[in-house]
Design a binder for this molecule. Structure first.
Ligand SMILES: NC(=O)C1=CN([C@@H]2O[C@H](COP(=O)(O)OP(=O)(O)OC[C@H]3O[C@@H](n4cnc5c(N)ncnc54)[C@H](OP(=O)(O)O)[C@@H]3O)[C@@H](O)[C@H]2O)C=CC1
Ligand SMILES: O=C(O)C1=N[C@H](C(=O)O)C[C@H](O)C1
Length: 222
């Protein structure tokens, strides 16, 4: 029942298997281990699945990828229009500016966030690395502490802030000699993620098994 008394027609249950069996599509924003369980249930019931959870380690992500042989799986670290557009802008800037510009990615989230750097920061890192033509895993500095020495040339740096109720802020800095460009996005309301996820779920129904992301939904694929 909504606050104004309107019936919501929602069913709340702890039977995930029944949920997957009876749904046209499922949206999951939980945590990596739970999302893996849900991907297995989705594969069993052939139910399309939208996943927003972040913080998967490489083995967990590989297991998620395997599910795409059986179901339409749409996974995205960020369901806002702005961040998905930012991916394209970052790739373009990284390519145009070249290696004389150092790339640093800064993110801030609310005090409850479990994973760092955020999934969005890592995805923006992937976009920058692809614009640069480098592999992110072997060209990133995710933590700096103590006598670190000079910046490692060509690496992409990450910095993480946590506090309060910040919905999600990301900035990608391109720092060169005598000038700096910053591309940034601020989410001021977590509803942008919820609305994006519902849009993605409606888009995913009826799609063949495979891997999809928010760029597919928004028509932003290069
Ligand atoms: N892609 C995007 O656009 C966005 C992604 N996220 C990501 O979504 C995830 C959740 O974030 P957030 O909502 O802030 O986190 P919360 O901790 O507020 O919510 C997580 C929810 O998942 C539930 N949950 C955890 N494990 C299970 C399980 N095994 N079975 C069923 N439910 C489970 C929790 O239930 P309980 O409370 O009972 O433990 C809780 O309700 C994070 O990984 C976050 O980074 C968040 C916002 C946007
Ligand atoms: O945990 C959050 O809140 C968010 N998580 C996602 C991430 O890790 O990038 C997306 C958004 O920034 C909010």
């Amino acid at each position: 029942m909504a606050l104004d008394g309107t019936p919501l027609d929602l069913c709340i249950s702890d039977d995930a298997s029944a949920l997957f069996a009876q749904s046209d599509v499922v949206i999951d924003f939980t945590a990596p281990k739970a999302s893996l369980t849900h991907a297995r249930l989705a594969a069993t019931h052939k139910t399309p699945l939208v996943v927003g959870s972040t913080g998967f380690d490489p083995d967990q992500q590989a297991a998620m990828d395997q599910a795409t042989a059986y179901i339409a799986l749409l996974q995205a670290a960020n369901f806002s229009l702005g961040v998905n557009l930012l991916h394209s802008l970052v790739r373009q800037a990284a390519q145009a500016l070249g290696p004389e510009f150092d790339i640093e990615i800064l993110e801030m989230h609310h005090r409850h966030k479990a994973d760092a750097p955020s999934g969005t920061a890592l995805a923006l890192g992937e976009a920058a690395a692809s614009g640069r033509g480098i592999d992110l895993a072997s060209h990133s500095d995710r933590v700096r502490d103590g006598i670190t020495g000079p910046r490692t040339e060509g690496h992409i740096g990450f910095a993480t802030l946590r506090g309060g109720d910040v919905a999600g802020e990301h900035a990608v800095l391109f720092a060169g000699a005598g000038e700096r460009i910053t591309l940034s996005h601020q989410a001021s309301d977590r509803m942008v993620f919820a609305r994006g996820a519902v849009k993605a779920a409606l888009w995913l129904v009826g799609k063949k098994a495979g891997q999809y992301d928010m760029m597919d939904v928004l028509g932003l694929k290069a």
